[in-house]
Design a protein around this ligand. Structure first.
Ligand SMILES: [Zn+2]
Length: 279
């Protein structure tokens, strides 16, 4: 998709499954299951959709769940990578060596799993050999000092080898990552979760990561039970959704099983997503 002077390509690292109740927080099941049907284990299917941005540099935002999960986790999370990031990059005509910047919204395994890869020797190395990995400093601190509540989401194998290889670029604050792309801290999901704002030729797109994970989450109170600071999610989302509707932002849904991106419309008080077909 051409977006001003930038090219945006939604990628896929397959799909996985999470508990439907946890995905919708306080929303009762009779309401959420109309939007996201649950399987026999009460899980809903979710996408893993990193975004490739080509402009002055070639950048990928998040990198999916990756191929390092063991059989037990693969089963619990229903990971299906028949379609995966390698195939998706290939279809886009991009080699891993071409990627110059890998941007992390946060370091949970379903976003950072693809940052590293395990060699046959067992060694874990950066999956994008020429990239620098842009990570928010305080998110790194949290990920490397987990607590009982977030420990299961932060797997050291996804990010510690990056520091060992000396390829992490720490960003302490909001700011520009490359021309046309900047990060803004949202908080909410994790204290230092950030979204990417993409601006070019008068157009604005937002890679919302876990602020608006699927098109079913566009209503303000539809907030994940996983979020550590749900009231912060609510405050950020209210503003974001109001701007998205009023100013016509293109919104990317990193975890939607079917819709990579779309415009939010409000019709008679109801929010709808007008999907943008994949390029
Ligand atoms: Zn996520």
């Amino acid at each position: 998709m051409q977006f001003g002077d930038l090219e945006l390509i939604s990628l896929s690292d397959g799909s996985f499954r999470l508990d439907g109740g946890a995905m919708f927080g306080v929303v009762p099941k009779p309401l959420w299951e109309r939007r996201a049907p649950a399987d026999a284990r009460n899980r809903i299917r979710l996408g893993l959709r990193p975004l490739l941005v080509r402009g002055e540099k070639t950048m990928i935002i998040d990198a999916g769940i990756g191929g390092k999960m063991d059989a037990k986790s693969t089963d619990i999370y229903g990971i299906d990578r028949m379609q995966n990031l390698d195939g998706s990059l290939q279809a886009a005509g991009v080699l891993r060596e071409d990627v110059e910047i890998v941007l992390a919204t946060h370091l949970h395994f379903d976003h950072a799993g693809g940052f590293t890869t395990r060699l046959e020797s067992g060694q874990i190395v950066p999956a994008f050999p020429r990239a620098r990995y842009v990570v928010r400093t305080a998110e790194w601190e949290d990920a490397t000092h987990p607590n009982e509540r977030n420990r299961a989401s932060y797997l050291a194998e996804n990010f510690v080898p990056l520091a060992d290889a000396g390829v992490v670029h720490f960003m302490p604050d909001d700011g520009e990552v490359m021309p046309g792309v900047r990060v803004v801290r949202s908080g909410g999901h994790t204290m230092h979760h950030q979204v990417a704002i993409i601006e070019s030729g008068g157009l604005t797109a937002v890679f919302t990561a876990d602020m608006v994970p699927t098109a079913a989450h566009v209503d303000d109170p539809w907030i994940m039970g996983y979020d550590l600071y749900p009231m912060d999610t609510l405050a950020f989302k209210r503003r974001l959704m109001r701007d998205a509707i009023g100013r016509g932002f293109l919104i990317f849904f990193e975890h939607d099983p079917d819709i990579a991106s779309g415009y939010i419309r409000e019709v008679e008080g109801r929010r709808l997503v007008e999907p943008v077909p994949a390029a």
